[in-house]
Ligand binder design. Structure first.
Ligand SMILES: [Zn+2]
Length: 281
């Protein structure tokens, strides 16, 4: 059984709920492929034997005037397959106190169960007071935070706020907030690993494939760049599986994780047990 912690629900049904979504996805998010029906995502998850999939909202209103997609849309898609999907809300630190209210509403009223932030697309400094205020609320609500770290290809956005090392400070200040550093912070992988090793509340996700095919990238990331001995001995409880659908097909990413030449127990933890700990413990 597998849990996919990193899916963007940019599906046809979402675009029907918000007709400008495709344009925003193309212009701001940098994804040019046409949205597929939700059924395509569901059948990819079935094929890959993924039993739980985390759908991520992204609120970029203060910088770009849009959500890709909104918390409401995520909640509506979750409602279509409530046993399969878990929704993560996104709020915009640039909106100040309004973001705090929206966060509480998304968790308590929309039933979303975590938070997604992207310092590049949302254009905020993770160490700013408004972001700090948000972490305090996330910690109070006892939900996990998945944050983009590492590269963003589009030159519309800046990556100066995406170095994973800043999360050392935040993890230190919020020891009970579970923080997942997306993409292992690639290419600042060792910074992300350092933060995860130091803090019990910090995890890494392996979504997206920056250096080739899913098999090439995960082999590179978890057995070469990070030597397999280090992955097995020190990161076995830290790494979470994620695909980054629709940029990456879920079955190919799961296949890549399963084909790694590392300890089978560690692979099972990556695919399933570590996410269980983060989501439900
Ligand atoms: Zn993503």
């Amino acid at each position: 059984m597998t849990i996919d912690i990193h899916i963007h629900p940019l599906v046809k049904e979402a675009c029907e709920m918000e007709p400008r979504l495709f344009e925003w996805q193309r212009e701001i998010y940098g994804l040019t492929t046409s949205p597929q029906p939700l059924d395509t995502l569901v059948s990819q998850l079935e094929e890959a034997e993924v039993k739980k999939a985390i759908l991520l909202a992204l609120d970029c209103r203060s910088r770009w005037g849009c959500c890709i997609p909104s918390n409401n849309i995520v909640a509506k898609i979750v409602a279509k397959e409530p046993d399969l999907f878990i929704g993560f809300a996104s709020v915009d630190p640039g909106l100040g106190e309004k973001a705090i209210d929206e966060l509480k509403y998304a968790i308590k009223n929309l039933g979303l169960q975590g938070v997604k932030l992207n310092p590049a697309l949302q254009d905020f400094d993770p160490l700013s007071p408004s972001a700090e205020r948000l972490y305090a609320e996330i910690e109070r609500l006892e939900v996990p935070l998945l944050v983009h770290t590492g590269l963003v290809w589009s030159r519309k956005h800046r990556i100066k706020y995406c170095n994973p090392l800043v999360w050392d400070e935040i993890a230190y200040n919020h020891p009970t907030m579970k923080i997942i550093l997306a993409h292992c912070g690639w290419p600042w992988v060792w910074d992300a690993v350092a933060v995860a090793l130091r803090h019990e509340n910090v995890y890494l996700d392996i979504s997206n494939t920056f250096t080739g095919t899913p098999r090439e990238h995960l082999r590179h990331l978890l057995t070469e760049l990070i030597p397999s001995r280090v992955t097995e001995r020190f990161l076995g409880e830290k790494i979470l599986f994620g695909s980054d659908y629709p940029r990456i097909e879920v079955p190919k990413m799961v296949d890549a994780a399963k084909s790694l030449s590392i300890d089978a127990d560690v692979i099972r933890r990556i695919l399933h047990f570590n996410a269980l700990e983060v989501l439900f413990k």
